[in-house]
Each structure stands twice: as structure tokens, then as C-alpha cells.
Design a protein around this ligand. Sequence first.
Ligand SMILES: [Zn+2]
Length: 324
Amino acid sequence: MVYGALDIGGTKIAGALIDAEGRVVVRVQRPTPARESAQAMMAVVTAVVNELAACPEWGALSCLGIGSAGPVDTFAGTVSPVNIPAWRSFPLVEQVRSHPAVPDGVEPVLVGDAVAMAAAEHWIGAAKGAANALCMVVSTGVGGGLILGGSVHSGTTGNAGHIGHITVDQNGPVCPCGARGCVERYASGTAIAAHALESGWTPPAGLPATAREVESSARAGDARALAAFDRAGRALAAAIAATAALVELDLVVVGGGVSQAGDVLFGPLRHHLKSFAVLDFTRDLPVVPAGLALDAGLIGAAAAGVAASGLYRAGAGATGPMTT
Ligand SMILES: [Zn+2]
């Protein structure tokens, strides 16, 4: 039995066949024609499915998960990725279902990319075995997904865990989402670089002003670079503490490009968490790096497909898809 997965992002459209242990058996990828028409976008998805369907393993397909950049509406089966303007409430599930190679009885399952990451970390990554975990992606944006009671909790439309748009400062800067003081305005890679620049930091000659360069400067002891990461870690800590107070977490997993900064981010995050997570049941909450890197989106889409297809074995201790 293999699990099919599609991962729709602003730069690439990937597909994979994944075995019962979460290993990627076949992987295909094409660039996203993000500025082209809805039909041109869908043609690339179709080509990726064609390529997967041409593999002999496709004959053992038992489910098909689709992870997509958000916003998504998993109830309606539609996607409206911010970076793919031609797709607004695009009926992706229906379109994939109508692909002639998708077998009758295999119902495509849509999941947002951050929820997919949480599902992947819970299946075979850093949140494996956790009953209640928050898995975050700190990258160009900030997203997240929740594991509650041993299962992925994605909400009615698939957007639960969207921690990047929790307000951590009521008087903070206006966020593109329309609210104020969202975590994302402090902790995204973009926000870290912007804050460092505003405070007078400059990237080394010839290099772009990115969070990665701010990290390098922080490692070299630049106070403005360190302050930008401290501010990011503090915002993340406040949002994590709020989430822990609401749902009582056992574990927090942080992945995404900015998390590659390691202690430069995790140091201030854990430091500030001590002052925000002070209730008996929120104190000493472990915050750990993600266990999966490159293919978390695909693995998580497969895990979501498995879960929705009833192949998922729920309950404490048994946190992955059935292997028999
Ligand atoms: Zn926001």
C-alpha cells in the first residue's frame, strides 16, 4: 500500500508516493507558474499526477492527500494561496478527483501546509508520540498546526493553529491580515530583517537583507541583529504561552527557514517563555526544533490523507498510520 501526496506551494508543485513508514518512495516536482492562469496552474498539477500515476507503485494507492499554501477551505475543498493570484476559491479537490488516473474510492483530502507539517512531525518527526503539541513553521510567514488528543486538529475549514495571526501587541503595527500586532509582524524572516534594518543594521556588502544575514551578524555579536531575534523570540513565546494556557500543550515543535538559526532563535524564545508561561500547567514547556526538513509538506499531506481515509490508528502511543 502506498499513500499519495501533492504539495502546492508558491514556488514548486511537488508530488510523492509514500510508504507506510513515511518514507518517500517516488518524488516529482515542477516549478509553480504562479503568475499564470488558473488553468495553467492546474495543468502543472495534472502533469505531476500523470508522472506519479506512471510509476508502478501507483497501483497500490490507498489514499491521496493534498497540502496547499493557504488560505484553504478544506470543508469546501478550495484553495486561495496568497502567492498564486489566479487561484481564488479554486476547487482543487474536485479537479484532482476528476483526474482519470485517480482510482474510484480514493477521495483526495485537502490540508493546509502548516497543518500538513504538524501531521508529518506527529507521524515520524519531533512530535511523534505527543498527545498535545503545537507545531509551528517560522519562515517568510508564521504558521502552525495543532495535535490535540493524539490527532491532528485542523478545524472546520482546516485553518486551526494559525498562530502567526495571534495578536501579541494590541497597539502593534497593522498586519496585512487587517489586525494589529500579529506574531508574524515580529517573528517572520521578513519581519526580523526589516526590524534589524530599521535599527541601523546593514547586511554585509553585496548580500541581501535577509533573516539569514541577520543571524550571521547576531552570531558575530551585533547588538541590533541580536535584538531583532530577541524581539522575534519574545513574540513567539507570548503566542506559545497563550496557546499552552488554552489547550494545555505537552510539546512545541518549531520548523521553517528561520528556525534554522538554531540557538539564535531558540535561546531568546525559551528565555522569554519562562516569563510568559508561568502557570503550573504551562511552565517548563519543551520547545524543540522540527525533525523533518525538506519533505515535511509531502509526508504531512500523506498523513492527512491516511487519517481522513480511516487508515489512521488513533489513541495514545499509536500515533501513525497503520502499517498492516
Ligand atoms: Zn495578522
